[in-house]
Design a binder for this molecule. Structure first.
Ligand code: PEP
Ligand code: MN
Length: 265
C-alpha cells in the first residue's frame, strides 16, 4: 500500500490550501445553536473540515453520550447553509449507514474503536462499495500493529482515501499529557504507509488548552499534514472534554502562531 502521488480528498485539500489541513469543531454536538455558532466562527477562519462527535464513547456511564441522529441533521445544516465539509466519528456499521445517508463528507474512527478488530471489520464491511474519505485514529494503547491493521481493514474494503490521526496513547503513569504522544509510533506508521496523510490531534494528546499550540508546532515540524483541534464557543461549559477545548478566537491565535517550516522527516 503506497499513498504517494495518489489523488485523494486530503491531498486535494492540501494542494488547494496548503499545509496544515485544519479540522476543528466541538468534541460533541450539543445543541443546534452551539453547532451553528461554532461552525459560523470557524468558517471565517477558513477551517477546511468541521468536526463534531454525535455518538460519544465515554469512559463512564451516566455521562453525556452524544446527541445521536439529531446531530447528523445539524451537520447537514452546516454543510448546506455554510458550505463547509463535515466529519463525525463512527463506531458501528449502523453509524456508517446513518452518516452516509445524511451526506457526511468524511468519517473518522475513534481510538476506542481502532483497538477492536471486530468493530473495525464491521465498519469496513459497511463501507464496501462506498467512496468516502476515512480518518483512522491510533488505538488507545501504544500498539503500532493494531493501528496498521485497522487502516488495512478499511483499505481492503475498497476505501483508498485514508488519513491517520495521532491522538496519543493512554498510560497510568502521571504525566503532563492526557495521552502520551510517543512520537516514534506515528513515525513508524508514516514509514510503513508511504504518503499516507497524518494529522495530529493535540487536544486529546495534551488534554489542556495550553499544550495545543506546542504540540501542533512539534507535529508540523515533524512533517504532519494537518491538525484536528476541538473548538467550543464556551469550553468551560462543554458537555465533554471541557479542559481541552478552545474558543474560535483562541483557535485563530493558535493557527496564526503556527509556522510551517521545511522538514527532514
Ligand atoms: C474525539 O475526537 O472527541 C474522541 C472521542 O477522540 P478519541 O477517539 O481520540 O478519544
Ligand atoms: Mn473529545
Amino acid at each position: 500500500m503506497n499513498f504517494k502521488n495518489k489523488d485523494t480528498y486530503f491531498s486535494d485539500l492540501l494542494a488547494g490550501r496548503g499545509r496544515p489541513l485544519v479540522i476543528a469543531g466541538p468534541c460533541s454536538a450539543e445543541s443546534e445553536q452551539q453547532v451553528m455558532e461554532t461552525a459560523e466562527a470557524l468558517k471565517k477562519l477558513n477551517v477546511h473540515l468541521f468536526r463534531a462527535g454525535i455518538w460519544k464513547p465515554r469512559s463512564r456511564p451516566n455521562t453525556f453520550e452524544g446527541i445521536g441522529l439529531l446531530g447528523l441533521e445539524w451537520l447537514g445544516r452546516v454543510k448546506r447553509e455554510l458550505g463547509m465539509r463535515v466529519t463525525t466519528e463512527v463506531a458501528t456499521g449502523r453509524h456508517v449507514e446513518e452518516a452516509l445517508k445524511q451526506g457526511i463528507d468524511v468519517l473518522w474512527i475513534g481510538a476506542r474503536t481502532t483497538v477492536n478488530p471486530f468493530a473495525v471489520q464491521e465498519i469496513a464491511d459497511a463501507l464496501r462499495g462506498v467512496q468516502v474519505p476515512v480518518m483512522v485514529k491510533n488505538p488507545v494503547n501504544p500498539d503500532l500493529a493494531l493501528w496498521i491493521g485497522a487502516i488495512e481493514r478499511i483499505y481492503q474494503s475498497g476505501i483508498t482515501d485514508l488519513a491517520a490521526i495521532h491522538r496519543g496513547f493512554s498510560s497510568y503513569q502521571p504525566s503532563k499529557y492526557r495521552n502520551l504522544p510517543v512520537w516514534q509510533i506515528p513515525i513508524e506508521l508514516k514509514a510503513h504507509f508511504q504518503g499516507l496523510p497524518v494529522i495530529v490531534d493535540p487536544s486529546h494528546i495534551g488534554g489542556t488548552r495550553e499544550l495545543i499550540h506546542p504540540l501542533s508546532q512539534r507535529a508540523l515540524d515533524m512533517g504532519y499534514d494537518g491538525v484536528m483541534i476541538e473548538t467550543h464557543p464556551n469550553p468551560a461549559e462543554a458537555l465533554s472534554d471541557p479542559e481541552q477545548q478552545v474558543t474560535p478566537a483562541a483557535l485563530a491565535e493558535i493557527l496564526d502562531k503556527l509556522q510551517v517550516r521545511k522538514t527532514n522527516y
